[in-house]
Structure formats: C-alpha cells, structure tokens
Design a protein around this ligand. Structure first.
Ligand SMILES: *Cc1c(COP(=O)(O)O)cnc(C)c1O
Length: 349
C-alpha cells in the first residue's frame, strides 16, 4: 500500500512548522531564540521552556519498553489526538468515508463528524465480532479508515485475530486497531504485525492500565511513513513538558503498572462472579478489559438512577445498539466494587 496515495493531496507538499529547537538543537549556555521567559518561577521543572516537540527521550524510552523502533511511534495529547489527526491526514471532508463498528468507542464518530467525514456503520455481530462481509460490502474507493477496537469498548471482548488479519489484507485504506485496554487482555498486541501490514495503525494510551488519564498521553504505532505524516501535521508542542517528565518516571515503574493490572484483573473476575449472582443482572459479558458490560433484569435506566442517588456512577449504555438494557461498570478498588454490589443488593430488596 502506498501511503502517499491515501494522503490528502494538499499535504504531500506541506512544510511543517519549524520550531526554534528544530533550527538549533545542540548544547549552549544561553538560549535567546524562542521568546521564552528566562525565569523558572515554579522552580525545578523548567516549565518556562518549551517542551521537546519531537519527544525524543520519551519515544526512545517507550521504544525500549515495547521492543520497537522510535520511528514507529507517534505521541499525542491522548489517543483522541491521534484519532483526530488520522482524519485530518487521510480523509477529505465531504468526500471520503470511514467505517466504524458499533457498539464501539464514541470518539471515532465524533471525530468523523468534526472533520465532516461520512461514517459508515457495520454493526458487530451479536457476539460482538467484526462482520467482515458487511464491512467489505460498505467499502468504496473513498473508504480511508476502518476502526477496530480490541478489547472493544463497551463490550469488553477481544476482536477475533483472524478476522482482523483478513481485514488488514482486504481493506483498501488504513486499519486502526485501538488497543486502549490491551494490558488487561491476554491477547498479544498487534504492534508485532506492523512490519507485515503497512496499512496498520495501533493505538495505545497511558490513560487506562498506566493510571495516567490526567496526563493526556496517547500513542500511535505505525509505519515510518504514517508516523512522519502525523508528526508533520500535529501542533508542534502537543505533549507538554510535565507529561513528558511524568511519563518517563512512570515507565521506570512498569512493574508497578503490571501488578496493578493484575490486581484489577482479579477484581474484575471477582466482580463478574458477584454480578452474576445478583437478581438484577440477567447476564454479564466476558471482559478482557477493566470494565464489565452487564445486561440487567428490570430497567437498566432505573437501576442506574438509583445508583446515582447512592453516589455510585456507572455508565448507562441501555440505548446503544446490541447493548439494550446494559450498564457498563468500570472495575474500581475492592472497596468501590463492594459498595456497588451492596447498593445493588439493597435495591433488590
Ligand atoms: C479510554 C479510551 C481511549 C483513551 O483515550 P485517551 O485520549 O488516550 O485518554 C481510547 N480508545 C478507547 C476505545 C477508549 O476506551
């Protein structure tokens, strides 16, 4: 696949912003080139200076952690920024289209709408797997992006690998595999397939397993060509200095992340068993993420409203296609999960 043929034509000749640090990046003792304020008033963090627009240290560290080369990494202000940039790079407003698979993460459709890009919906099958035939039937020469979310939000299940490979082979545009929840799954990441599939983009994030949603740090892994496009069109300082600093610190404690993930997986399975015993729950869907989709008996909306009055907030997904009468419940601490269960129990009576 030739990425240049997918790219919006006007971007082929774009000259990206050249920052002061692009024009001089060596060592010096006096920097008077970026109109920064020389006083670090907060002391220590150096936030009076612009951050590295290329996030070199952060990319090198993440590359080492993932066993991948830094040229295959894009860093953004959350993976939501990467999603938006993919639209801006590859989809001509009012002309191109993208394919999403409801029920899934809401940002794909919102980003498409913001960018005036047509959305084609290929509903997941009743067991929440890609419907390959339906997807391919909705493809035309202007189909640029296909979104696959694995594990899928809000259903929690991994997407079948063989179907994803089949789509990577047959879809004529970029296939975006959103792995926001991959650390909670036993499946292997698709980043191992980047070399084989030049049209693959894998999204990951520091918001979930890394417990850093407030930092806003998302990652896209893709071919060098795709990464270069995203880097050219991003705002130069899209990852701020504090985010870069804290993410570097976090990666030194990857063990801590792994053990928290292990704890949350255990809590998830325990919560799942308890929910299954509740007379308010018709069934729960097997989850490989840090949340559980539960189909309720009685009205999910009424149960949701009752939980709100008790100060326990879950996500009401009861109006979502294939998730009728479902609540999506994030796995919290043992105490939080217990509080949810005891409020459900008191509502039952
Ligand atoms: C939470 C989530 C994200 C994370 O987005 P950020 O902008 O990185 O916080 C991405 N994709 C899915 C499917 C999610 O559920």
């Amino acid at each position: 696949m030739e990425i240049n043929k997918l790219l919006r034509p006007h971007l082929a000749s774009l000259k990206p912003y050249s920052s002061a640090r692009d024009e001089f990046s060596g060592n010096a003792s006096v920097f008077l080139d970026a109109n920064e304020n020389p006083y670090d008033v907060l002391g220590g963090d150096g936030v009076n200076r612009y951050p590295d627009p290329h996030q070199k240290q952060l990319k090198d560290r993440l590359a080492r952690l993932k066993g991948i080369e830094p040229q295959h990494i894009f860093l953004g202000n959350g993976s939501d920024e990467a999603i938006d940039l993919l639209f801006r790079a590859f989809c001509r407003p009012g002309v191109d289209n993208v394919i999403i698979q409801p029920p899934t993460y809401g940002m794909y459709a919102v980003s498409a709408a913001i960018n005036d890009v047509e959305i084609r919906e290929a509903l997941l099958t009743p067991d929440f797997q890609p419907d390959v035939d339906k997807i391919m039937a909705s493809v035309d020469e202007n189909s640029k992006l296909l979104f696959i979310c694995s594990p899928n939000n809000p259903t929690g299940n991994d997407q079948d690998k063989e179907r994803v490979y089949s789509l990577l082979q047959s879809f004529p545009g970029l296939v975006i595999v959103d792995e926001a929840y991959i650390d909670f799954s036993l499946s292997e990441s698709f980043i191992n397939d980047l070399k084989a599939y030049p049209n693959l983009v894998v999204l990951q994030t520091f918001s979930k397993a890394w417990a850093l949603a407030g930092l806003r740090l998302g990652v896209a892994y893709a071919s060098e060509e795709i990464i270069r496009v995203l880097d050219h069109i991003k705002p130069p300082y899209n990852v701020n200095a504090l985010t870069q600093k804290v993410a570097l610190e976090a990666m030194e404690k990857a063990d801590q992340k792994d053990s928290l993930v292990e704890t949350l997986r255990m809590e998830r399975d325990q919560l799942d068993r308890a929910l299954k015993k509740s007379t308010l729950v018709k069934r729960t869907y097997p989850s490989n993420a840090n949340f559980i989709l539960a189909e309720m008996k009685g009205s999910a909306k009424e149960i949701y409203d009752n939980l709100v009055t008790k100060g326990v907030i879950v996500r009401d997904r009861s109006k979502v296609q294939l998730c009728e009468n479902c609540l999506r419940i994030t796995v919290g601490t043992a105490e939080e999960n217990q509080k949810l269960l005891s409020e459900l129990l008191s509502y039952e009576q």
